[in-house]
Design a protein around this ligand. Sequence first.
Ligand code: BES
Ligand code: ZN
Length: 589
Amino acid sequence: MTPQDPTTYSDLEQGKIKHIDFRIRTDFSSRTLDIEATYQMQAPVHGSLFLDTFKLSVKDAQVNGRTLAWELDEEDDVLGQRLHLKGLDGADKFTIRFSTSPESRALQWIDAEKTAGGKHPFLFSQCQSIHSRSIFPCQDTPSVRFTYSAEVEAPKGLTAVMAAEQLPASNGSGKFGFQMPQPIPSYLFAIGIGHLVFHEFGPRTGIYAEPETIQAAAWEFAENETKMDEAEKLLGPYMWGRYDLLVLPPSFPYGGMENPRLTFLTPTSILGTRGQTSLITHELAHAWTGNLITNATWQDFWLNEGWTTYAETRITEVLEGKDSHDLHDAYNEKGLIKFMTERLGMDSPHTCLKLPGDEKDSDSFTTTVAYYKGCFFLKECELVVGRERFDAFIQKYMKRFQFQSITTETFLDFLKAELPEVFEKVDVHKWVYEPGLPERKNRPQSHLFDEVGKVLSDYEQGKRPTKEQVADWHRYQIMSFLNGLPKKIAVEDCKYFEDILELEKANDGAFFSPFYTICVVSGYEEAMPRIEKFMGTVGRMLYVLPIFRAMIETDWSKELARPLFEGVRDRHHQITIKAMDGLLKKNGL
Ligand code: BES
Ligand code: ZN
């Protein structure tokens, strides 16, 4: 059965793409990719085929040596344009030539001076959730999986990488060959081009970065080979061959993106402390939960992110111990409740795990609810059957649905067949289909989190913590503290906390984001130059958007928001620009 997906123009009754062969030429001066793509369908197509596109300029389409008629329909700001291929007459293979737009939502073209080395330009893609269509015409829904091969021509001196298997390079030709033999959904297509070097961690793992950052990056993530072993113990064999990382320029809009074989990573995770390696645990876990078993539609997003967050917490427990796990859990719960109450409303349909099916802009409804409510639901299931049985269930689930895209309902049917008592002891319907957060039985106590809670309540009584009190705090304790502070505090206290927590020294975006948000609301105007610098160098939306939202909502800084945005705009990704501009417009700025 084909699930309904409001985020695509494709009609899967017409047939499905099986394989795409790409010839890609990169042009940094015009900021375009020139592409010839040959599509192999699963079965002959009779009549029309609809594909998703976004600002692509289509040159021609060929089938069996003849020209194929095509038409691009009206443009929609979210979905792009439907490409209508006409008269396929039973063909199962055709070729389209096209080029991408400099405004492609999936591609970010970075001038040399904005990279770490400053001498060579950089290009990277970010396709999740519906941006592949701005690189190539496709059935841009996670329910369609295809394999691909690619030849990429990059400018001299630059290296091309893809989230695929690298074929032996023909030396110095500037041409790079790739193949992805495992079927992937379109959103996992990924490419990066830059002045890159490689460092190997172990037989299956390594990292690509600019020469200027490789050393620090290699140290930060040196535990990856061990992490792979732990992940396999929980989730079963790793099915993708290698697991490498690619460090991107700071404008990358996410922390990490689980592109198969090659996680794309923000450089803001290189802290010099290995403090943010749970980000890698998360992206690595996606190799199973997300990439091996994929949400069939974005309404089932929790199947990707909830399962991944669950796996992340299990692996963290093994690698960092129970105290750290429990602290993460408490922090995540607090954050989820805050997000649900302050941003969505507890009875909003967006607090359900299964999301409403009537919206087309999936980037706007895929929120942290899927991550943490999804994870907490799975923890409840684990509690009632016991860890041993749940672990056996996980391994069976991975095998049963590998390389498939499934809906929430398919998952629940499997859960019911394998662990029927879950349905007797957990209110599955309530967790999945009803808004809000049901009460949890599997809710660990975290003494590290409680310690922060005590400091926060003392502060609200007028007693500030001493420097000694916070000196040995775990990174998540500092995050819990900053996120737990009242929105508005005395400017003097902003300065005090900045000092005792040594925020400048830590240089951690996860601290700066809540801290600068408080600075704005509290009227700490002296911090503004630093806030501006942060907004111009860090692209991770999770960090940048809360500060920007606070600026827009606070009287003194409201008028500064649009000029600040215009000043940093060309340093950000199209996805971030769209989000920031949307916030300004919504507030009449
Ligand atoms: N797959 C997501 C990133 C994503 C989600 C991109 C939705 C586009 C649409 C990735 O795995 C992720 O969740 N990244 C998080 C980090 C994680 C540790 C919570 C991020 O980037 O903040
Ligand atoms: Zn994720």
